[in-house]
Design a protein around this ligand. Sequence first.
Ligand code: SF4
Ligand code: SF4
Length: 508
Amino acid sequence: MADIAAPAYRVIPIIPALIPGSMEGPGPFVANEKIQEGLGFPGKLVDDWHDRAIAKMGELLGKYRSLKVFMDACVHCGACSDKCHYFIGTQDPKNMPVARQDLMRSVYRRYFTLPGKLVPKLVGARDLTREVLDEWHNYFHQCSECRRCSVFCPYGIDTAEVTMAAREILDSVGYGQKYDNEIIGKVHKIGNNLGLPGPALRDTLEGLEEDVKEDTGIDVRFPLDVKGAEVLLITPSADFFAEPHIDSLIGYGKVFHASGTSWTLSSMSSEAANFGMFIGNYEQLRKVALRIRQAALELGVKRIVVGECGHAWRVAYSFWNTLTGVGDGADPDDKFAMMLQKQLDHRYKQPSHICEFTWDLIERRALSFDREANDKHTITFHDSCNVARGSRMGGYPGGQFDIPRNIIKAVANHFVEMDPSTTHEKTFCCGGGGGLLTDDLMDLRVKGALPRMEVLQQVVDQHGVNFLAVICAICKTQFSKVMPIYGFERGMVGGVHQLVSNAIRLNG
Ligand code: SF4
Ligand code: SF4
């Protein structure tokens, strides 16, 4: 950390000068045999990796029509080139979204198109060599799958899907990333990313109850494994111990308490995060998600609510229905999905985001607040990329932007927006999303945070902003780590429910 410096803010935020090769290197740590084999992948790079990689690419092109369209449709117009935070921060031309896609497109052309087979040089086609494979491992782990570039592409080409496909191919030949795959293994084994076992979780929650009692004088409960509770809360495990995440967990608990809602956490399914999405592997995505279904069935809950976690909400909103049966479109041949459909209370949106849950109560005047409790804060809101571009809230377009802001304005008096070219659907990734929140990628994470830090600095200078509110566990961790490198206070970042927690009247 000591030798990682923040890049200078740009005086005029235009396309940065190129520094070819500035991010060349081995990429993130490679998963060892135990980690790889735990997920059913080859333990190390297989001897016939070339043939297997091409076969896997063929399989994915057949399975995901979008991938084939993305390989063929790009006209190299360049509209996406300066839209990636990693390109802006690193100035490496291979971090331009179009160039990142071309790492795969050039191989696709060589093996799956006639011109590429006949005249490869003329059409920019490349053999899949060991150097190319290494380049994939490096540069496809410099994409946080944030989808910002796709917002600006006239053809809607989604680099995130290309990155996911590349990572899936890498895993299939035994060349996976340590951080992501290790975490998925922990969820399968223990139930959460941290490997926190049930008894430790129970202790943590009991300690939290004591802390809140000491603070407020009120018995706010943080229940675990309560059969027959109305709500099952699925939240990122960082909420159980990390700062500032835990303050949002306290906020959720206070909302449930103040509204008289019976709720529970689950020791078997104590993780909202689903890194199966980051590695582009739908089997892993489903396996992680099925723990949630099992917990919901065993506990007999009526509603499933998801805590503050960006990609987890994308998975819940976009994929849980077909993966687990939570939400519309459950597979009628999946008997457990059907059991869950019968069990859940469909007067409520399934699943709901905790912000939807809280905002619904606020709209129905079921909660009351002392907004002055947040007067020490001048707040701005960072839209997390997976919420902004991969989901909705409130059942209408743009609800994912309005609802968190509505909550902030209901619980605090001082709120300002950042530059609109960097918020809502155009928001920048925090720099640590997409399975890159690991210390071996710290240089990339610091550089990738540059565009968000630049506009944060503007509202700090112009409006005295001193609180950056977010609804994503990864954003909270990433910002807490990189903001001090940019000269901000570490404690400036926090959750929307941290603000709720400050202001809510528990006996209102
Ligand atoms: S990090 Fe985001 S903007 Fe950059 S290439 Fe990946 S999806 Fe596109
Ligand atoms: S904006 Fe779309 S079509 Fe244009 S270069 Fe980027 S990916 Fe290709």
